[in-house]
Design a protein around this ligand. Structure first.
Ligand SMILES: *[C@@H]1O[C@H](CO)[C@@H](O)[C@H](O)[C@H]1NC(C)=O
Ligand SMILES: *[C@@H]1O[C@H](CO)[C@@H](O)[C@H](O)[C@H]1NC(C)=O
Ligand SMILES: *[C@@H]1O[C@H](CO)[C@@H](O)[C@H](O)[C@H]1NC(C)=O
Ligand SMILES: *[C@@H]1O[C@H](CO)[C@@H](O)[C@H](O)[C@H]1NC(C)=O
Ligand SMILES: *[C@@H]1O[C@H](CO)[C@@H](O)[C@H](O)[C@H]1NC(C)=O
Length: 669
């Protein structure tokens, strides 16, 4: 062998050593774990033989690097060029067909294999906000991104390929296209079954070529990117080669590598498509999986059954706990649904209770349909008979409307209860205001209240289509609103009379102290007996004293009359007024009270006349004409003794009113 040839062989051997040709080829990754450094969420799917960088799961990333660092340059000689390399790989991006995925995958050359401080999403698990684009990263990557969004002005295409150095700001980016027969063809990397990529770096010319295609053969003749790029400053002496991928907070795709070949200072060995593992199917929509369909149909069936059950339970509950209607009830516009009242009063709970009396309980409520405040009076009712007639009566009472009445809005029957729905009046009853030690109604307020009650009573007696006798005019039945207007309430006791009929009720109803004398003897209510009670009320409001003392020794009417006869009528005025009042008005009210509360019914004025007197429209008749009264000073009270001794009325101040009315209706008709 000639020494010249020997020398040539030596040169060749030296060249071979310095250029350190090196290559590998992975057609699938079965049993190749030992050849890789995996980090993050990446793993090798032994079943399919594919390298899985990320699952379709939000906010994760994964890396897979060839486990040995590859010596790419001699760093101790700054001028030494970076070795040429060539690589080819096949990847697959799988997302739901109905929803676009994210984020991306990158071929990565890095000085390390682990990036614990990196973020997912558009940082691909390699960088974070602080070290993005920092030259100390020493990372070169070729990204295959499917998401448009990060730094739109640079990476303009969602479906793009980019060359990046040290960060996510691409040195060069191109929409995903390939050249075939001289034609530029765009293709969607996410929709393609798989993508083949070739990356070649020429250490002599510093040109990086990137080529992609949706197939391995043939490799497109023209690269997508051909970029002059000096990577000397990026490359350390030894670098790890591999892949990174990430998913976003909301967008996620699975990223798979199916095969990979690499060569340093040479051409990457070709991958054989028929030997590569099959990528997982694209259609991963839940609906496309039979078992998901089964689960969904089972769930739907279950839901349907539950809904049916719920429906029947509700129906059953409504049927049993809520009312069943009789035919006639359908025609009652003032009938309320029990369900609404139950809701309005929160199920008649204690905290909604605003009053309790012999008649039952009164609850405050807010109607769910309109949001209006109401008072709901709940009364135990006697047997079913007579209900229809009672309802008819309530229906007609429900049509009464006056500003000085506590208007009855409606009614409802439920089991053994009768419920009456009234306007809610906030300030409470007149009697509670009169006896309140910490509060005094002034004279103007009292006079205004009395005029209001008179107006309400006049409406009942004469101004409505039928004569309505209240039968229980008393201070506790008068409610006062925020503007000190009087509202006469509880005319549930009232019996309806057509104008030409006379009442023949047998039971005596009313409250001690307000019961006209003739009532206890004849039991006959009339508008005049209401006037009597109103007369007592006039005196009560001026004097601030109950009409009868609880001992039964004191009678307001007698006391006022005595003082009047002694010429000192103003002596009876409520001391809480502090002598601040209009004398003329007070005298008028007291005198009118006596006039109304006189023994003989026929001599009492009508409510129309009362209203005229209160307005000073007519002068009061001369007191000397009241002869029948003068001689009856004790007879006026006789009726009460009579009533108490015969036991016809209860001694309680608040007699059960509605309950008795119901009874009287039931027995009377
Ligand atoms: C992969 O690892 C195995 C076992 O360590 C080794 O024999 C083989 O040469 C490696 N292959 C490559 C391409 O490095
Ligand atoms: C790097 O280059 C220097 C200077 O030419 C040389 O001495 C050294 O052996 C080289 N190192 C390698 C690993 O090739
Ligand atoms: C780049 O990173 C290095 C090392 O982490 C740090 O010292 C330097 O300040 C960083 N430079 C910039 C511009 O952030
Ligand atoms: C990103 O790249 C563009 C040009 O490609 C450059 O103008 C810009 O300054 C770069 N931004 C950063 C943060 O490096
Ligand atoms: C690819 O592999 C198949 C099966 O082993 C073989 O028949 C075929 O010739 C190979 N193709 C190439 C281009 O090597």
């Amino acid at each position: 062998m000639a020494p010249k040839t020997l020398f040539g062989l030596l040169i060749f051997l030296i060249l071979l050593v310095t250029s350190t040709a090196f290559s590998f080829l992975f057609q699938g990754f079965n049993n190749k774990e030992s050849n890789f450094t995996l980090s993050g969420q990446s793993n090798i799917d032994q079943h399919r033989g594919i390298l899985e960088l990320t699952r379709r799961e939000n906010n994760i990333f994964g890396h897979a690097f060839y486990n040995k660092p590859i010596k790419i340059r001699n760093a101790s000689v700054p001028q030494t060029r970076v070795s040429s390399f060539s690589t080819c790989f096949v990847f697959s991006i799988v997302s739901l067909s109905s929803r676009p995925g994210g984020f991306g995958l990158a071929f990565t050359i890095a000085p390390k294999t682990n990036f614990p401080e990196a973020e997912g999403g558009h940082f691909l698990g390699l960088f974070n906000t602080f070290n993005d684009m920092n030259a100390s990263n020493h990372i070169l990557l070729v990204e295959f991104d499917t998401v448009n969004g990060y730094k739109d002005e640079i990476d303009t295409e969602g479906n793009h390929v980019g060359v990046n150095i040290n960060g996510m700001n691409s040195t060069r980016a191109e929409a995903a296209t390939f050249f075939e027969k001289g034609q530029k063809e765009e293709f969607n990397m996410e929709k393609a079954d798989f993508v083949c990529a070739w990356i070649e770096y020429d250490g002599k010319t510093n040109i990086l070529d990137v080529t992609i295609a949706p197939h391995l053969d043939p490799k497109p003749s023209q690269p997508l990117i051909s970029q002059a790029i000096d990577i000397k400053s990026v490359m350390k002496e030894s670098m790890y080669f591999g892949f990174s991928a990430s998913t976003g907070k909301r967008k996620a795709s699975s990223h798979y590598i199916l095969g990979w070949s690499f060569s340093l200072n040479g051409v990457a060995p070709p991958l054989n498509a028929s030997l590569l593992p099959k990528p997982p199917p694209k259609e991963k929509d839940p609906s496309s999986f039979p078992w998901v369909k089964v689960v969904i149909s089972v769930l739907s069936a279950l839901t349907f059954t539950l809904l049916c059950l719920l429906f029947f339970v509700t129906l059953y509950k409504r049927y049993t706990t809520f009312e069943t209607l009789e035919d006639w009830e359908m025609d009652c516009p003032h009938r309320f649904r029990y369900r609404d009242l139950h809701l309005a009063t929160k199920g008649f709970i204690e905290s909604q209770l605003i009053g309790v009396g012999g008649f039952g309980s009164v609850y405050k409520g807010v109607l769910p349909s309109t949001g209006t405040e109401v008072a709901v009076k709940r009364i135990m009712r006697s047997p079913r008979q007579g209900m229809r007639e009672f309802a008819a009566e309530i229906e007609s009472l429900g049509r009464l409307r006056h500003k000085n009445l506590v208007n009855l809005q409606g009614w409802c029957k439920h089991k053994n209860y009768l419920l009456l729905i009234y306007d809610y009046i906030p300030n409470g009853s007149l009697d509670s205001l009169l006896i309140n030690k910490n509060f005094a109604l002034d004279w103007d307020q009292r006079f205004h209240i009395l005029k209001g009650v008179a107006a309400g009573l006049l409406y009942l007696h004469e101004e409505w289509e039928q004569v309505v006798i209240h039968r229980d005019v008393k201070s506790s039945n008068i409610l006062i609103d925020g503007d000190f207007n009087a509202h006469l309430g509880d005319f549930g006791l009232a019996r309806l009379h057509s104008h030409d009929q006379v009442s023949h009720t047998t039971s005596v109803v009313g409250t001690i102290g307000y019961i006209a004398p003739e009532l206890t003897r004849t039991g006959k209510s009339s508008t005049r007996s209401d006037v009597y009670a109103f007369g007592v009320l006039l005196l009560e409001v001026v004097a601030g004293t109950r009409p009868v003392s609880s001992s039964g020794q004191f009678f307001l009417v007698d006391w006022v009359l005595e003082n009047r006869q002694l010429g000192q009528i103003l002596e009876v005025v409520d001391p809480k007024l502090n002598s601040v009042y209009n004398e003329e008005e007070v005298e008028l009210v007291l005198t009118l009270g006596l006039l109304c509360a006189q023994h003989k019914a026929d001599y009492r004025p009508s409510m129309k006349q009362v209203v005229r007197y209160l307005n000073f429209d007519d002068p009061l008749p001369d007191i000397t004409d009241w002869r029948h009264y003068d001689s009856q000073s004790s007879t006026a009270s006789f009726g009460f003794y009579d009533a108490r001794s015969t036991g016809k009325t209860t001694t309680s101040y608040s007699i059960s009113s509605i309950g008795r009315t119901t009874m009287s209706i039931e027995s009377g008709r």
